[in-house]
Design a protein around this ligand. Structure first.
Ligand code: ADP
Ligand code: MG
Length: 511
């Protein structure tokens, strides 16, 4: 009575270990009658089995006779097990006794059938094929699971951001390497702690409401910026992103945290804010400058009138001595006011478009001071590189050099000495240095000399020279450096670097 296979038409690739060809053919016929399309190979030695097993996934089933002259089912079983291939193995034998059969099953055979009872073979095959399919499915699932786990743990541990799973109360359940590094605490120690342990005390309660919403499912995640405290007590700004990991079956819900160190971003933000503040301040300064400029203009005219009146008064012959002295004091004070307004004016006076070459500008300034220098027995040396006539600057810089040479001269009054003015071009900049052999600047005053109205010259000084100087230099995109010595003959050196904006025009020399 033919039995119908579960899946007729299925191709059954069967390896038959059998020394009798007729028996093998009988088996094949039996399987074919049940509806299988049989692809069988009969083998009878260990070498043949080994060769057959080397073909990957070539077989669905092994049917083995129990004893062959040189090779039996037990040996075949061992070989198959050694190869690691999971193949249903059914013994079909004419002779097997109960004890041998049990032993073979213990050794891993899946079933045994006597040759006289082949009707038992088909259900055995079907059962074993189904079992094998289930086993393989399980292996595949396990392998996929392993792979997924490996992927997860690689992603989690090698992530460039800190990551952690916590209980909904915030206890660490899983922490990645990066987060442990950020917090300066080994992973195993972290597992006894809570995320809140690393939050600044004042920030711990901030997210209570939003966190409750996350846990209740009211929101899928949230993101905050908080200050975290490392194990060593230092702190860093961090962005924390929390999301709820929904429970799967019997598991408790957990929270996934992504922690990013945002120090660099914060620093950049701070820099931008500072830059903005500086811009606003310089804007304010410019506004104040314009205001001062207007005021200085307005004051200058009546001042001129007053100066003239005092001059006339001073030359008046009948003036009583006491009044004359008072008029002289008033005239000096008026002169002082005039000096202040002129300095302010020159600072903000802009003459757009007009420029003057550096060398000429320096020569003019030095020329201005020559007679005063001679009076004080001071020598002015100049060293200008040839190419300094090829660069042009805003004439406002005249004021700068005049202030520097003037200060240098004043630092040497009553002691003679020399002033050296140098100019050269290098690396895209023009460098002008003014050095003197004067009394130098006291360490205590170095902080203040660029402040407006700071002067050590009492009534004679305005304290505006260096303040104005620095303002103009910076306005021209330049920098100012000062070196000073109060002992010896070195005195003070001020170096100004100005960017060479327009390329120097080089006129080819005529040969
Ligand atoms: P003022 O010359 O009106 O006092 P400045 O702003 O030009 O104001 O300079 C401020 C102060 O810096 C001076 O009073 C002086 O003490 C000091 N100073 C500036 N240049 C020199 C210099 N070359 N040598 C010594 N001291 C200097
Ligand atoms: Mg001065």
């Amino acid at each position: 009575m033919p039995t119908v296979a579960i899946n007729p038409e299925a191709l059954l690739r069967v390896l038959i270990i059998e020394d009798y060809e007729e028996d093998a053919l009988l088996l094949q016929r039996h399987l074919a009658r049940a509806g299988y399309k049989v692809d069988a190979r009969r083998i009878e030695t260990a070498a043949e089995l080994k060769a057959a097993l080397e073909e990957p996934a070539a077989w669905d089933l092994v049917i083995a006779d129990y004893t062959l002259p040189t090779f039996g089912a037990r040996d075949a079983l061992k070989l198959i097990q050694k190869s690691g291939i999971d193949l249903p193995f059914i013994i079909v034998s004419g002779t097997i006794d109960e004890v041998s059969a049990v032993n073979a099953m213990r050794a891993g055979a899946h079933d045994y059938v006597l040759k006289g009872h082949l009707e038992r073979l088909l259900p055995a095959i079907e059962r074993e094929l189904a079992d094998s399919a289930r086993r393989q499915e399980r292996l595949r699932t396990e392998a996929e699971l392993r792979l997924a786990q490996q992927r997860f743990s690689a992603t989690f541990n090698q992530a460039a951001v800190g990551m952690a799973h916590t209980s909904i109360e915030g206890r660490f359940l899983l922490v990645n390497q990066r987060l442990a590094g950020m917090l300066g605490e080994p992973i195993d120690k972290l597992l006894a702690l809570q995320l809140r342990d690393f939050l600044l005390a004042s920030e711990r309660e901030l997210d209570r409401t939003i966190h409750a919403e996350l846990i209740s499912g009211g929101r899928s995640g949230y993101r905050v910026e908080r200050t975290l405290i490392r194990h060593d007590g230092s702190t860093f700004p961090a962005q924390l992103t929390a999301s709820l990991l929904k429970p799967d079956g019997h598991l408790h819900p957990t929270v996934l945290w992504v922690v990013e160190d945002i120090s660099a971003r914060k620093a950049a933000e701070k820099e931008t804010t500072e830059l903005m503040t500086r811009l606003i301040n310089s804007e304010r300064l410019a506004a104040a400058g314009r205001m001062a400029n207007t005021l200085a203009h307005e004051i200058n005219n009546p001042l001129e009138a007053l100066t003239n009146i005092f001059y006339l008064l001073q030359t008046h012959e009948d003036l009583p001595t006491q009044s004359r002295e008072m008029v002289e004091i008033a005239a000096r004070e008026i002169e002082r006011v005039g000096h202040i307004t002129r300095s302010t004016l020159s600072f903000y006076r802009k003459l757009p478009g007009r420029t003057i070459d550096l060398r000429t500008m320096l020569e003019e300034v030095v020329q201005l001071f020559q007679s005063r220098a001679r009076q004080h027995n001071v020598k002015i040396n100049t060293r200008y590189a040839d190419d300094t006539s090829s660069v042009h600057y805003d004439p406002a810089l005249r004021q700068v050099f005049a202030n520097l040479v003037g200060n240098a001269l004043e630092a040497m009054e009553g002691r003679s000495g020399s002033i050296t003015v140098r100019a050269r071009l290098a690396g895209g900049f023009a460098a002008v240095t003014v050095s003197d052999t004067g009394h130098g600047i006291d360490q205590a005053n170095l902080q203040s000399i660029f402040e407006p109205f700071f002067t050590t010259k009492g009534e004679r000084g305005t304290g505006l020279g260096l303040w104005v100087t620095r303002g103009i230099v910076e306005e021209q995109g330049g920098t100012l450096r000062l070196r000073s010595c109060i002992s010896g003959k070195r005195g003070t050196t001020i170096r100004i670097r100005l960017p060479i904006s327009a390329p120097a025009k080089i006129i080819p020399a005529l040969l």
